[in-house]
Design a protein around this ligand. Structure first.
Ligand code: 5GP
Length: 117
């Protein structure tokens, strides 16, 4: 079974987080170190360490991340101005928490897609 991270404790509300959405499949909460005026993490409740571990049986579960992202973008008034969805995987993407998560970033001009330094 996949190793739990701090995110499982957030899902179970054992550690504090600013949760903005939760249902049976998905939890969303504000990033502790926001990189934009809106920076929300949207995660499957099931532990999936990275995108490399995704299985076809999880398709609808993971598809829900996009549904929730669009809903939250509207709720936080960035759906028209725009936003970026990011999923990091492993070392070169600097993934820090090995519980697959989607970053929802917006509320300002986010600049070029990648900083090339
Ligand atoms: P990654 O680099 O793995 O894609 O992003 C992990 C994100 O999780 C980072 O943006 C980091 O600030 C956030 N994060 C790490 N630990 C916590 C935590 O305990 N609570 C919250 N709300 N965010 C966290």
């Amino acid at each position: 079974m996949a190793q739990e991270t701090i995110f499982s404790k957030i899902i179970r509300r054992e550690v504090p987080a600013k949760i903005v959405y939760q249902d049976d499949l998905v939890t969303a909460f504000h990033d502790i170190n926001p990189q934009a005026p809106v920076h929300i993490l949207i995660i499957p409740n099931e532990v999936i360490p990275t995108t490399n571990d995704v299985e076809s049986s999880q398709a609808s579960n993971l598809g829900t991340l996009f549904i929730v992202a669009a809903k939250l973008a509207k709720q936080f008034s960035i759906s028209e101005s725009g936003y970026r969805l990011i999923v990091n995987c492993n070392k070169d993407a600097r993934q820090e928490v090995f519980h697959l998560h989607m970053h929802l970033l917006g509320g300002k001009d986010l600049g070029p897609m990648l900083s090339l330094d």
